[in-house]
Design a protein around this ligand. Structure first.
Ligand SMILES: Nc1ncnc2c1ncn2[C@@H]1O[C@H](COP(=O)(O)OP(=O)(O)O)[C@@H](O)[C@H]1O
Ligand SMILES: [Mg+2]
Length: 506
């Protein structure tokens, strides 16, 4: 009898152990899933992460290598678990193990916190969605799958909505907005046809920002307008970029941005020389031609001659810099004009061509010169602004691209286009609003509405500026660079090569 009792006790003991083990495994399993969901939400490229992560690592390192001081704290806080023996045992474990375990523990805790935050956020969104009363024919409500934060201002909510079409969501847009407390910018069906993407933002950017409204933010020379973000109008200094890439699908607003960019520079800066390359025969920027410190190259030949002349000026400036022992030109201090070279539709200039040998030689030369300027010109007070649809290697050398650190990317029709321009999908995810773009400087990606300068306003501005400059006189330190080589003889081998080969083709 006693034996049986003992046996029963033993089985119920092992049963209890099994249940305990199962409970622990379930808790570990669930918390791991939550932690993993949370950890996936961390944006490793964000400024917060870049600052916080090393700080946490360093703190953990200090804690684990501080002669086990943290074990003493644990003993004080949790004396029941961290008894003298436990602490003595833990002290025998090498410090590197302590460090690794602390990292895992911290990540786990952060993951769980973020995971729960995402879970409660999803529940709230689900409740908000339910209040709109959207149901399919069987009375089923749409289900929130997740929310993906795009930036501080906007996020997209993914919803499964079997039997509820996008048009019904569109019809309830007002209800959805008041329920979510956000502005809904767009609702679209994803390719699986059952998932809907609701793009929301806290502050809607306006759909049009006129150049005149934005212009009031321009206060300093060599500054230009980026556009209006959720936090107001942004401006930047071309000297700090030092080169700018403008990209995006056709019709997004590249040429308008290009024009207003140069308008701002020319209007508010003296001691500036602008050289534009527009191979659409200069039509888009023609009006700039009347301004005395602007030159426009309209064909490949002129473009190469111009780039060559800019390269020569750059080398002259290097010699000057070496002579007086400086590392960087300050226009005012060193009496050298700031030079900005703009290329619109760069793929026309740099794109591979099979038209003729002479033309492909010009393309190769243009690429070489641009690469050299992009790499070195910053210190010499020479900056590049390049606009192109897709920054792919067919139209721009990778090395040149790496040096175009300021980026204004309008909507891209493909994910690969967005990734090649920004390293992420943000330009693909942009709403289809003309003039809407992602401004990338450093690690930040900011959605902006770029200033709109209509063609008539642009013409008027150019006329006014030209008249004003005529009245006041051009305030430059140096004469404009003359780059059009005489057609008959050329001392420069490349120019003469290009001239003779072009003459040969005509
Ligand atoms: N910032 C803007 N705000 C509003 N509309 C714009 C803006 N930029 C461009 N647009 C509109 O989009 C059209 C195409 O712009 P454009 O600059 O020529 O595009 P891209 O050079 O990228 O092909 C313009 O004619 C204009 O109507
Ligand atoms: Mg264009």
């Amino acid at each position: 009898m006693e034996q049986m009792n003992n046996k029963n006790k033993a089985t119920s003991g092992s049963d209890g152990l099994e249940k305990f083990g199962l409970a622990i495994a379930t808790i570990v399993g669930i918390t791991s899933i939550v932690a993993w969901t949370g950890l996936r939400k961390i944006k490793i490229k964000s400024e917060e992460f870049i600052c916080l992560f090393p700080t946490i690592l360093f703190s953990l390192f200090l804690i684990s290598y501080s002669d086990y001081a943290y074990l003493r704290w644990l003993k004080k806080i949790l004396p029941t678990y961290f008894t003298k023996n436990v602490v003595l045992f833990l002290r025998t474990i090498p410090k590197v193990w302590h460090f690794s375990i602390l990292i895992i523990f911290t990540l786990y805790t952060i993951g769980i916190l973020l995971g729960f935050k995402a879970y409660f956020r999803r529940r709230k969104l689900q409740k908000d969605l339910d209040t709109t009363g959207l149901t399919n024919a069987q009375g089923q409500m749409p289900k929130v799958i997740s929310e993906v934060e795009i930036d501080e201002n906007r996020s997209k909510v993914l919803v499964t909505a079997k039997g509820i079409g996008c048009d019904r969501f569109e019809a309830k847009k007002g209800d959805l907005q008041s329920s979510f407390g956000r502005i809904i910018e767009s609702i679209k069906v994803l390719s699986d046809q059952t998932t809907l993407e609701i793009l929301m933002c806290k502050n809607a950017l306006r759909k049009i920002l006129t150049y005149h409204e934005a212009e009031t933010a321009l206060k300093n020379p060599y500054n230009f307008l980026i556009g209006e973000s959720a936090n107001g109008i942004l401006v930047a200094d071309i000297r700090e970029l030092p080169h700018l890439l403008i990209a995006g699908s056709t019709g997004g607003g590249k040429s308008v941005f290009f024009r207003q960019f140069f308008m701002s520079l020319l209007k508010y800066s003296s001691h500036l020389q602008v050289y534009l390359i527009d191979l659409k025969l200069g039509i888009e920027v023609k009006e700039f031609g009347q301004i005395p410190n602007v030159r426009i190259a309209k064909d490949e030949m002129e473009a190469v001659q111009l780039l060559q002349a800019i390269r020569d000026e750059m080398h002259k400036r290097f010699i000057f810099m070496e002579k007086i022992g400086i590392k960087k030109i300050d226009p005012k201090l060193h009496k050298r004009d700031l030079i900005v070279v703009g290329i619109d539709e760069a793929s026309v200039l740099f794109g591979k061509t099979t038209v003729s040998k002479a033309k492909s030689e010009l393309v190769a030369r243009a690429r070489e010169l641009t690469d050299e300027i992009a790499k070195l010109a910053r210190a010499a007070g020479i900056h590049l602004v390049i606009a192109t649809q897709k920054p792919l290697k067919e139209s721009l050398d990778t090395k040149t691209l790496e040096n175009l650190t300021g980026r204004m990317i309008f909507q891209m029709s493909t994910i690969t286009g967005s990734v090649s321009a920004l390293g992420n999908k943000k330009a693909y995810a942009l709403p289809e609003i003309q003039g809407r773009a992602i401004w990338a400087g450093g690690n930040k990606y900011i959605e902006v509405q770029t200033p709109f300068l209509s063609e008539t306003q642009f013409d008027e501005e150019c006329k006014e500026l030209a008249a004003k400059m005529k009245e006041d006189g051009l305030k430059n330190f140096q004469p404009m660079i003359e780059y059009k080589a005489p057609k008959t003889e050329g001392t420069n081998p490349v120019v003469s090569m290009a001239v003779s080969s072009s003459e040969a083709t005509t």
